[in-house]
Each structure stands twice: as C-alpha cells, then as structure tokens.
Design a protein around this ligand. Sequence first.
Ligand SMILES: C[S@@+](CC[C@H](N)C(=O)[O-])C[C@H]1O[C@@H](n2cnc3c(N)ncnc32)[C@H](O)[C@@H]1O
Length: 261
Amino acid sequence: MSDVLLPPLSPARADLIFNFDGKASWGIRDPARFHALLEEAKSLVEPGYYLGDNLFTWGRNNSFLDDERFRLAWWNNVQNDADQAIAWRRYLLVCAACHVRPLAGDFVECGVYLGSGIKTVIDYFGAEDFPQHFWGYDVFDFNPQGHVFADQKEGLYERVCARFADYPRVHLIRGLLPESFAQGMPSKIAYLHIDLNQAEPEIAVLEALFDRVVSGGIIMLDDYEWAMVYRTQKIQEDPWFERRGYRVWPLPTGQGMVIKR
Ligand SMILES: C[S@@+](CC[C@H](N)C(=O)[O-])C[C@H]1O[C@@H](n2cnc3c(N)ncnc32)[C@H](O)[C@@H]1O
C-alpha cells in the first residue's frame, strides 16, 4: 500500500458511457462539410465517442468523464473552446501528476498562457492537498513566436497571477525561456510539462531541466505528436531524446510522454 493517497476515483457505471463533443479542432479545410459528415458518422458508431481536438474515436470509456473530480477541475478552468476540447489531454496531465505524487520533486510548466493547465492539475487534488511547488514560465504579455493568442497583451501576467492568488506554492516567472530560468528554478523536478509550440525553445528547456527530472518523473510534450506547423518539434526532439537513450511515447492526443529512468 502506498502512503500517498490519491483522490478517490468515482466508480465507472456499467450502464453509462459518456460521449464527448469538443468545441475545437484544427487544420480543417471545409469546416461546414467536415462537421456535417462527422455529425452523421457519430450516429453510426457505438457510444463512447470523442470528437474534438483532432480526434474522432468511439467505443471508448472516456475515463476522464467518469472521473467526477476531474470533470469539475477541468470544467471550472475552461476559459475558451480549446480548453474545453482538450479534456483528454488535460486528463493525461492529471494522471501524470497522480503517478509522480510520491516523488520528491517540484512541478514545472513551460508555456503557461492563461494558467489553465496548471490550475486544472492542482484543483484536481485540491489546492490545500497539493504540497508541491508548481513553477510556471511564460512571457505572458506578448507571443515570442509572433502568433498571438487571444489576451496575450499587457496585463496578462497580472491576470494570471490573480487566478493563483490563493495558491501560495505556485510561482509564475515572467520572461523569455530559457533565460528566465535565471529568476529561479527547482533543483528536483517530478513533473515537467513543456508547451511552447516551437522546437528551439523546447530543446533549450530540455537542456536546462532534463537532468533535474528525478527518476520516475514524467515529461509531457504537449505538441510532440502533432504534424502541421508542429512537426519540427518531433523532427528535432527525437534525436535529442535518442542520444540519451529515450524514445518518446507518441500519444493519440497529440502529446508525447517520457518517463525518466
Ligand atoms: C499553447 S500556450 C501554453 C498553454 C498552456 N500550457 C495550457 O495548458 O493552457 C504556449 C505558450 O508558450 C509561450 N512561449 C512560447 N515560447 C516561449 C519562450 N521562448 N519563453 C517563454 N514563453 C514562451 C507563449 O507565450 C504561450 O503562452
């Protein structure tokens, strides 16, 4: 028996399978036709479908919806359609957090944006029941890639800090990575979520933090298995990991996962 208890998992009911309709997907050339076809496709498959975030699966448990605690943590932190659509990705972050919970190491997210990824994970456990320090790094007020997300303008840093006013163990560091690590970084890391949407700064982050990830710690690469504009991340990150004897798990959600030995 582990002495680190996880939040209780609500039991899945044999008579209830959830379906999921996500509000966002990307890379669709003719949205009207695509959605019309998929609406029909949904009516032709077994329950347990997930449609959104560039996924269409069916006959799945959709475990993230069975887990009532997660449903609440995710839903309460939805700020936009993308946050809603990526529920499965968020659940994998929460499961990674469950796995690393007994380890001696802090949590880190590189690429925070509105803070929903960090907040969903902490809220799943409950802020008081989450003893680890969580470090979040972002430029916040502009986008270094020139592709500006909604609300990325002056004042965003203060807005995100306000979301974490009651989370004293969350440290939000404003500045360009990897230089902003000079403002503070943990010496031991159990959970590392890298979500910068670009290969070069992601590799710079790996160079700086990989050796600090403890044995059993998890690295989640948000866009590793995405093609389109994200494909350079796989192309550049594969050799980086291979040189160290690691192969990235390419997850159907578009994320990549590495468990540190
Ligand atoms: C997709 S968003 C992060 C979303 C967030 N992880 C979530 O789960 O909601 C990517 C973020 O990376 C940040 N970013 C990209 N390159 C960066 C760099 N070199 N230094 C700091 N932040 C960077 C952008 O400002 C943007 O907010």
